[in-house]
Design a protein around this ligand. Structure first.
Ligand code: OXD
Ligand code: MN
Length: 584
């Protein structure tokens, strides 16, 4: 009888025949292996040691300057039918895509070592977790995967037990943007990524597996793979509610996941626990509630803006054993980025002397840290729970300078799905392309949904069935601006005030005003003790502009129609009901 690892061994040999590496290394995830890889990368300059006293065991990696973000225009979902990938994805026919990618991979690992990385997304013993194997020629990818996933021997043992895994093939190639493609074959549970070493393109467990392939798998298996942080809020009575929240890339998910309560709340005994900062897998449990795990084991967070004010927990998390990518450094070799609040950069992210007079940032706006979640002071022990945590509320949020109030609650699940589907946000530096352009980013999944959005919304709607105890759905906007262009809401720790209102709504203990777009709190429904808000801020954060929303709902209607007959009728009906209530 063959071993359950036969399929894996055979695939590794096939890949080696194609890519022609000088050596093959099976990663066991041990400390010894990591130390050897790090020493090798230090010797060849891939990693630069940072100040050992201030940042023990921490490293700087400078990427190729053209390889600093996800490349959505070069990311493809290759289903046999184009319509299954949907207008939300770039598509190639699977056979053409394999031919194109295999031509790039042909001989690409000559003179390099090929690393075979077995990994598990999610706690190693959780029924919600899924395994994969990434083959790569980048030791930097190995070091990052070790932090971001449960990688090595235990994952291999689970793959041997289950006999199934996602195949991910990656090569940095020549890091040539003209020979760069990130390609997914959801029907074959396969990923091929060439020409980039950037996290979102190269750490295949993250966006490629845990979102694009997993969303496709989740649809057929009855669960959800989402671009959401998960946090726990413990009230002074010691009860904890878990919230999952979707925000587009670089819109503060890490900060929210590690929130420190405002002083008054701390004194009263409120605590916030971090489960995850980027990805959430959830499925109905026996009691009908949705149970969630964070499939990742680390944080690949945006460095700029991280400070003692915005996110003290993150700063403590990354004080040691961290890989920094594309940050600047100070004269005494400490990592530095815009918004850090101390130190001065002397060398910029490209490794050049930093010239203040040019006015360009010293750290790349999408510079990152990779760090184990276990180093986070607010990391919850429930993050390792095989059964996951029950979700009380789902939050959708975008970066909206105008129109959208601080918070509102969806009336029911169908309305909540429309709220998620209609999400809009201004683009950020996490992907290449223009920054600050408003686009629809449904459920923050525009770059990550591995199938047609119309089917995805249909899948979301399908959770509303007899016996389901679904979370309440909310929408937030921390990014509303005043006439002077400044943010109106203080954000960060004060966001707990909004989360508290949500929990009280879940418990039936807080008030709200019904409007066509959903239920809005009155100012008095939120604890605003110690928050100073101008009259303009109060009016815009808690107000509802019927004319503006009428236009917004016309645009939402157009967006839904772009998906043609596949778009669930229930969403059209919901959009029309609200448009009607707005007097359209
Ligand atoms: C990320 C992203 O890196 O969304 O999490 O780009
Ligand atoms: Mn993300």
């Amino acid at each position: 009888m063959g071993s359950r690892l036969d399929a894996l061994n055979q695939w590794v040999l096939e890949v080696a025949r194609l890519t022609r590496p000088a050596a093959i290394h099976w990663c066991d995830g041990s400390d010894t292996e990591n130390a050897q890889l790090v020493a090798q990368m230090e010797a060849d300059g891939t990693l630069i040691r940072l100040n050992e006293e201030t940042h023990p065991n921490s490293w700087l990696h400078r990427s190729h300057p053209d390889d600093v973000a996800r490349v959505e225009h070069l990311t493809f979902v290759c289903t046999s039918e184009r319509e299954d990938a949907g207008p939300n994805n770039h598509w190639m026919a699977p056979a053409d895509a394999h031919a194109k990618m295999d031509a790039l991979f042909d001989g690409c690992m000559r003179g390099r070592t090929m690393y075979v990385i077995p990994y598990c997304m999610g706690p190693i013993d959780s029924p919600l977790s899924r395994c994969g194997v990434e083959i790569t020629d980048s030791p930097y990818v190995v070091a990052n995967m070790r932090v971001m996933t449960r990688m090595g021997a235990a994952a291999l043992a689970r793959i041997e037990r289950e006999g199934s895994f996602i195949k991910g093939l990656h090569s940095i190639g020549e890091l040539d943007p003209n020979r760069r493609f990130i390609v997914h074959f959801p029907e074959e549970l396969t990923i091929k990524s060439f020409g980039s070493g950037y996290g979102g393109n190269a750490l295949l467990g993250k966006k490629c597996h845990a979102l694009r392939i997993a969303s496709h798998q989740a649809r057929s298996e009855g669960w959800l793979a989402e671009h959401m942080l998960i946090l726990g809020i413990e009230n002074p009575q010691g009860e904890t509610h878990y919230i999952a929240a979707a925000f587009p890339s670089a819109c503060g998910k890490t900060n929210l996941a590690m929130l420190i309560p405002p002083e008054g709340y701390r004194e009263d005994g409120w605590k916030v626990w971090t489960i995850g900062d980027d990805i959430c897998w959830m499925r109905p449990g026996p009691d009908g509630r949705l149970y969630a795990i964070n499939p990742e084991a680390g944080f690949f967070g945006v460095a700029p803006g991280t400070s003692i004010n915005s996110n003290p927990n993150a700063l403590e998390t990354i004080a040691h054993d961290t890989i920094f990518t594309n940050v600047a450094v100070t004269a005494d070799n400490q990592p530095w980025w815009e918004g850090l609040n101390h130190g001065q950069p002397v060398i910029d992210w490209r490794g050049n002397d930093y010239d203040f007079s040019k006015g360009t940032p010293a750290a790349h706006p999408n510079s990152r840290f990779t760090v184990s979640a276990r180093q986070c002071p607010s990391y919850s022990h429930k993050a390792e729970d095989a059964q996951g945590v029950p979700i009380s509320a789902i939050v959708f949020g975008g970066r909206r300078a105008s129109l959208v109030p601080l918070v509102f609650e969806a009336r029911d699940w169908t309305h909540g799905v429309l709220v998620g589907a209609a999400m809009g946000s201004e683009t950020t530096a996490a992907a290449t392309g223009a920054v600050g352009v408003m686009r629809r980013d449904p459920m923050a999944m525009k770059p990550f949904c591995g199938y047609n959005f119309a089917d995805y919304f249909g899948h979301w709607l399908s959770f509303d069935k007899p016996g389901a105890q679904l979370p309440k759905v909310f929408h937030v906007n921390w990014f509303r601006k005043g006439d002077d262009g400044k943010f109106l809401w203080p954000g960060f720790g004060d966001n707990l005030r909004v989360l508290e209102w949500m929990i009280k709504r879940v418990e039936g203990k807080a008030g709200a005003v019904e409007t066509p777009i959903g239920n809005l709190p009155k100012e008095a429904d939120l604890n605003l003790d110690g928050v100073r808000l101008s009259d303009e801020a109060r009016a815009k954060l808690f107000g509802f502009d019927a004319d503006g929303w009428r236009n917004e709902f016309a645009s939402i209607g157009e967006f839904l129609r772009e998906y043609g007959p596949r778009m669930p009728e229930a969403l059209h009906a919901e959009q029309q009901r609200i448009a009607g209530a707005l007097g359209a």
